[in-house]
Design a protein around this ligand. Structure first.
Ligand code: AMP
Ligand code: MG
Length: 412
């Protein structure tokens, strides 16, 4: 680990991320799941299309199918049959003839074009075109125009989206191989913490960290093992960590990673595993512990809710993505004008909270959510992006261009 030159003793964010990822070995167990249960799972196989989609030329409109030569020869064609979706026309359609056709129905042999029913005049079996020009191939959806047979459609490591589930169904794929869900233990530490539903006594607060972490992890499709709140007590913390390590692929704790009098987490972890206590050069979130327990990865997040969320989202989640074998999360980054001044001192990279919007000129602009104190969870609730300010950046004036990272689905 090398130190950041501008902030002695602090590990630059990129370095922390790289050091952490270097210690993560992805899981290898795959399971089979029916596609309707596979949303958000990570594919453990490449998916190649077993067929052309669509499997046959078909009509994009309700109308009449014919060969373009027929149209070029005569403005009126003779109706010889009908092609319905699922009940194709089986006969011939010769020069001068046409077939009534419905959307999605197979284009009859010899036919290559379709005219919409709104653009013809029907007189019993005589169909007269109202338009003077029709191009060959009009309103025909071609075999394989969506997906070609044998084409690679989805890659191993891809996290299945709602659309992907539809694509798998369109290929006739009923089951997929995916990586098994991770088991992740959550441990909140602090004598002052009470769970919602309990009664607060003097000096207490409600524990919120494990709740939003569990909510994010659910979207990430993992099994959460919640150890609740553990008191600041060496033996109690040790017992929880030992039990968590036995059951989980990763253990995430919050609180107790700074060096306060009641911070026993460090002593316990020094005894149990190979854990690095990092001061990452980011704000919020300076104290962050990461390393290996006997059976699992360990992430020690700071207790302040905003710091816990930012370090989880920007560091731990990236490592868990690798552990899950998933392709890296793709986050949208934009350069926009800040409408507000942004307070900032040099030395740490800031993840300030902002609201991205369009101004009257139709330009993207970002506005600070106000106080950036790491205890103010509501600042994250109203935000829709991080304003990312590099370590060497000082104060930013209104009107300057800044980099924002739009909140991804995990924290929206
Ligand atoms: P610590 O890192 O344990 O010193 O905690 C830093 C701050 O975060 C303190 O104000 C704690 O009360 C608060 N805190 C710690 N854990 C939680 C939690 N699970 N939910 C909400 N606040 C917490
Ligand atoms: Mg504490």
């Amino acid at each position: 680990m090398s130190d950041c030159c501008s902030a002695p003793g602090l590990l630059p964010f990129e370095q922390a991320l790289a050091d952490m990822l270097a210690q993560v070995t992805p899981i290898s167990d795959v399971i089979s799941l029916p596609i309707d249960q596979a949303l958000s799972y990570v594919l453990g196989q490449d998916i190649h299309s077993p067929l052309n989609v669509p499997p046959h030329n078909n009509s994009a409109m309700d109308g009449y199918a014919f060969e373009i030569k027929s149209f070029l020869t005569s403005g009126t064609l003779t109706l010889v049959g009908c092609s319905m979706a699922g009940a194709p026309y089986q006969g011939e359609c010769k020069l001068g003839e046409c077939v009534r056709i419905m959307t999605g129905a197979k284009i009859p042999n010899n036919c290559d074009s379709v005219e919409m029913q709104e653009n013809v005049h029907v007189d019993q079996q005589k169909i007269t075109f109202l338009k003077e020009k029709i191009t060959k191939g009009s309103h025909v959806r071609n075999t394989g125009e969506d997906i070609q047979k044998h084409q690679k459609v989805l890659s191993k490591g891809h996290r299945l989206s709602t659309i992907d589930i539809g694509i798998l169904a369109s290929l006739g794929v009923a089951e997929v191989r995916v990586y098994r869900p991770l088991n992740i233990a959550l441990i909140a530490t602090g004598n002052e913490l009470k769970l919602p539903g309990q009664v607060l006594t003097d000096g207490d607060i409600f524990a919120s960290n494990s709740f939003f972490l569990a909510a994010i992890l659910k979207k990430f499709n993992v099994n959460v093992i919640d150890f609740g709140v553990i008191n600041d007590d060496f033996q109690a913390i040790k017992k929880a960590f030992v039990a968590a390590d036995k059951q989980a692929d990763a253990v995430i704790s919050t609180g107790g990673v700074s060096v306060g009098d009641a911070d026993y987490t460090k002593d316990v972890l020094d005894e149990l595993g190979d854990i690095g206590f990092w001061k990452v050069a980011i704000k919020p979130g300076k104290p962050f512990a990461f390393g290996l327990l006997p059976n699992s990865l360990f992430f020690g997040l700071p207790g302040n809710p905003v710091s816990a969320l930012v370090t989880f989202h920007q560091l731990a989640l990236i490592a868990l993505t690798k552990l899950q074998n998933a392709e890296p999360i793709n986050r949208t980054v934009l350069k926009v004008i800040t409408t507000t001044e942004l307070r900032k001192s040099t030395g740490r990279m800031d993840f300030q909270r902002g609201v991205l919007s369009l101004n009257e000129q139709g330009e993207n602009v970002v506005t600070s959510t106000g106080s950036q104190s790491s205890g103010i969870l509501s600042s994250l609730a109203v935000a829709n992006c991080y304003i990312i300010l590099p370590a060497d950046q000082g104060k930013v004036s209104a009107g300057e261009i800044v980099t924002v990272q739009v909140f991804d689905d995990y924290i929206r």
